[in-house]
Ligand binder design. Structure first.
Ligand code: GDP
Length: 301
């Protein structure tokens, strides 16, 4: 069994490759919930839905958000009646979110995800990192912002001075999942707002120390492939490089995968982690995703 720690863009690309290379029933994906909140009356767990849709081949993988070929009739109608919503939620995607909201009247988030994964015919497990909502604030040069306001309203433009999030309890299963896994893959996700929240959960670092952990750098050269990861890393005084990513995970990391363009950083990364793999990590087509997944699987002892 292999556990994967995931956010909502970089790691799902890798999941598209992994599910072609190994039997998906071998995968348990632990997903970030830091950004979860209610929007326009529905519970939005964007990263979880992205992982569910990715594994079900439904994902809009241009945006890494929502269902491919979705329509936006309700979104536009909400705007027309003077009730615009911050997130652009598609009609089919909204149905998933309404279902999750209704399920959560009866069950916790983990159970709601389990039911939805089953409905989508998935054989892998998808577990939210926590059933509790986090309080996340992006401290910027224009003031303290809610995460989605920073990301969407302000298009990640403000200078970031700090990132703060509250402590939440892990979903109980996660420690067992990690303890029983042959390896844990930390996908190329935002180290600060996707992975740090998961590894900050009580007991996770101790569990990670007892298994083989292999991470892929979301940073190539001195920048992120996409999104605001560099800004967040800079704000927390983490070097914006594969070296900085390795240093964040150094307590438990066994193998680090860095991009071919970072070959010159291999020695420095090797001072932090035992094994360094240099390969193409840009996943812009299915072959690249499968190749990277294959290399990772082959390097699990
Ligand atoms: P979020 O939840 O949407 O922020 O998504 P994630 O946290 O899963 O992923 C964001 C990170 O994925 C960014 O820091 C990107 O640099 C990284 N990323 C996206 N695509 C790729 C890729 O093809 N290769 C690598 N190495 N990193 C990627």
């Amino acid at each position: 069994m292999i556990a994967v720690l995931s956010g909502g863009t970089g790691t799902p690309k890798l999941l598209q490759g992994l599910k072609e290379v190994i039997d998906p029933s071998e995968l348990t994906i632990v997903v970030n919930t830091l950004e979860n909140d209610y929007f326009a009356g529905v519970y939005v767990s964007a990263d979880i839905d992205t992982v569910l849709y990715t594994m079900a081949d439904l994902i809009n993988d241009e945006l890494w958000y929502g269902i491919k070929d979705d329509t936006f009739i309700t979104h536009e109608q909400l705007e027309d009646i003077g009730c615009p919503e911050l997130l652009r939620i598609g009609d089919k995607d909204r149905a998933t979110k309404i279902q999750k909201t209704l399920l959560m009247e009866k069950y916790d988030l983990a159970k709601a995800c389990e039911i939805q994964a089953k409905n989508m015919g998935l054989t892998c497990r998808v577990i939210p990192m926590s059933n509790e909502n986090s309080d996340i604030k992006i401290i910027t040069d224009i003031g303290e912002l809610e995460f989605h306001d920073f990301l969407i309203k302000h298009q990640s433009q403000p200078e970031v001075l700090d990132v703060k999030f509250s402590k939440v309890a892990p979903v109980e299963d996660i420690i067992d999942v990690i303890n029983n896994s042959d390896a844990v893959i930390i996908g190329p996700s935002n180290p600060i707002t996707s992975i740090l929240p998961i590894i900050s959960l009580e007991g996770i670092i101790e569990a990670l120390k007892n298994t083989h952990v292999i991470a892929v750098s979301p940073i190539i050269g001195s920048g992120a492939v996409s999104g605001p990861a560099s800004k967040f890393m800079k704000a927390l005084d983490v070097d914006v490089s594969a070296v900085g990513v390795a240093s964040l995970y150094n307590e438990f990391l066994n193998t680090m995968v860095i991009d071919t363009k970072d070959d010159d950083k291999k020695i420095e990364v090797n001072q932090i982690v035992n094994k360094v793999i240099v390969t193409n990590t840009i996943m812009n087509n299915l072959d690249a995703k499968k190749n990277l997944a294959k290399i990772i699987i082959e390097n699990i002892p």
